[in-house]
Design a protein. Structure first.
Length: 62
């Protein structure tokens, strides 16, 4: 089980894509951060947003 950092709840995080970017987006979103990310891989990024928002997490892709 991953650690939960309650002090991250509601913080805004901007992630620039590439490689490990997806994992970073996931982990910050799971910590209840408001996550925005940019990436050139549109289809994969849009799928990630659908998956995470379906779980009630706050994620935005541009």
């Amino acid at each position: 089980m991953a650690a939960i950092y309650t002090d991250l709840d509601g913080k805004v995080v901007l992630v620039t894509g590439g490689g490990i970017g997806e994992a970073i987006v996931r982990r910050f979103a799971e910590q209840k951060c408001r996550v925005a990310f940019i990436d050139i891989a549109r289809d994969r990024s849009e799928q990630l947003v659908r998956e995470l928002t379906a779980r009630g997490l706050d994620v935005l892709f541009e």
